[in-house]
Design a protein around this ligand. Structure first.
Ligand code: OGA
Ligand code: NI
Length: 367
């Protein structure tokens, strides 16, 4: 870089940082921009063209290919073996599957999505009380929480609850308190079922993951993707894979979630009452690449706002420095470990530093 371009570059960076800061200071989130009537996406939200959805349908083709839908009804009716086969296939190829008849009451899921919408749509004076970028807070409302200001911002607001199973009801905003507390109990149960099935799908005993403590704690991201005036310029969430072991996701009926499958972006269509399961980077790491953590993103939409709730499963907070590597049962002389053991805290620190640039954080830890 010449001196003059370096100066211009720095000025632009300063300008971006300033715009970010001003945006954060409103404490109104992306929703606040929409309420203020913006008709253009502010510059900090504009993503590089190569990361944006292509204008034509050439982007999301794979017609006939669909994220597997797995019915858990058969678990009680002698179909456990078949279900495990389906999970293994999905985990090895898609890294994603949708579960129906999973035992979480449909009315509770509807209530949760409605209550999360209510939280994000309540008057600014009420919701701004929760707005914070202080990451030690167990419950906070934020936008672009940990993203690097030199990267494009996401067209999304969130209400994040860390260690959700340990929160007292009073620590959760009133409008969504009841449904969040109730949902957390159910989603933990579903995680236990899926964790057993995944262990068995690897040929291990069903309590293997539970004994290792891989998914002992859960954090909830209650996401709100406001309607967007120029959806072709930004993203709800840029391409990423999750830095956890397992994510269970609820989405409303708007759609917008896409996953990268065989190098094409494939829609994950809303299935009312289904829970989406996706494997995180640590699942790929401990299974030594047998199971896949797959890149996904959320496209922005004109005309409707979207709500989703992600439950991220990770080891207990007290184990955040404990290193996790490929499971010894899954490696051998012919199949040596592909990754070094790594703690969740170190992994997440690198994930944040790298930012959502479309690449995976995993290769950084490959041996
Ligand atoms: C996430 C995520 C997808 C969605 O929170 O990591 O990928 O549909 N969410 O909100
Ligand atoms: Ni994700």
């Amino acid at each position: 870089m010449t001196e003059i371009t370096a100066i211009v570059h720095n000025c632009l960076e300063d300008e971006r940082v300033k715009e970010y800061k001003e945006f954060f200071e409103t404490k109104a989130g992306v929703k606040g921009l929409v309420d203020a009537g913006v008709v253009k996406v502010p510059r900090i939200f504009i993503h590089p063209p190569e990361n944006l959805p292509k204008p034509s349908s050439e982007d999301s083709c794979c017609i006939g290919l669909q994220v597997p839908i797995i019915d858990f009804h058969g678990l009680e009716n002698g179909q456990r073996g078949e279900i495990i086969d389906k999970i293994r296939q999905a985990a090895e190829t898609w890294g994603f599957f949708q579960v129906v008849n999973h035992g979480i009451p449909g009315s509770l899921m509807d209530d949760l999505l409605n209550d999360v919408r209510q939280f994000h749509e309540q008057p600014l004076e009420v919701r701004k009380e929760w707005y914070s970028h202080d990451e030690t807070k167990k419950v906070r409302y934020y936008s672009n929480g940990f993203y690097n200001p030199s990267m494009a911002a996401q067209w999304k607001d969130g209400l994040f609850c860390i260690g959700a199973q340990q929160l007292e009801e009073e620590q959760i905003p009133e409008v969504c308190r009841k449904s969040i507390s109730e949902y957390v109990k159910h989603v933990i149960q579903l995680k236990e079922t899926i964790s057993e099935l995944l262990s068995e799908a690897l040929g291990l005993s069903s309590d293997c993951f539970a004994r290792a403590g891989y998914m002992k704690s859960v954090s909830l991201a209650c996401n709100y993707y406001p309607t967007c005036p120029e959806p072709e310029l930004t993203l709800g969430i840029a391409s990423h894979s999750d830095p956890d072991f397992l994510t269970l996701l609820l989405q409303d009926d708007i759609g917008g979630l896409q996953i990268l499958h065989q190098n094409k972006w494939v829609d994950v269509p809303p299935v009312h009452g289904a829970v989406i399961a996706n494997l995180g980077d640590f699942m790929q790491l401990i299974t030594n690449d047998k199971f896949k953590s797959v890149a996904h993103r959320v496209v922005a939409k004109r005309g409707s706002s979207r709500v989703s709730v992600s439950s991220f499963f990770q080891p207990a907070f007290s184990d955040k420095l404990k290193p996790y590597g490929p499971m010894k049962e899954l490696v051998s002389e012919d199949n040596p470990p592909l990754y070094r053991a790594i703690g969740v805290a170190e992994y997440v620190a690198y994930f944040r530093l790298k930012g959502l640039d479309g690449s995976s954080a995993l290769p950084h830890f490959r041996l």
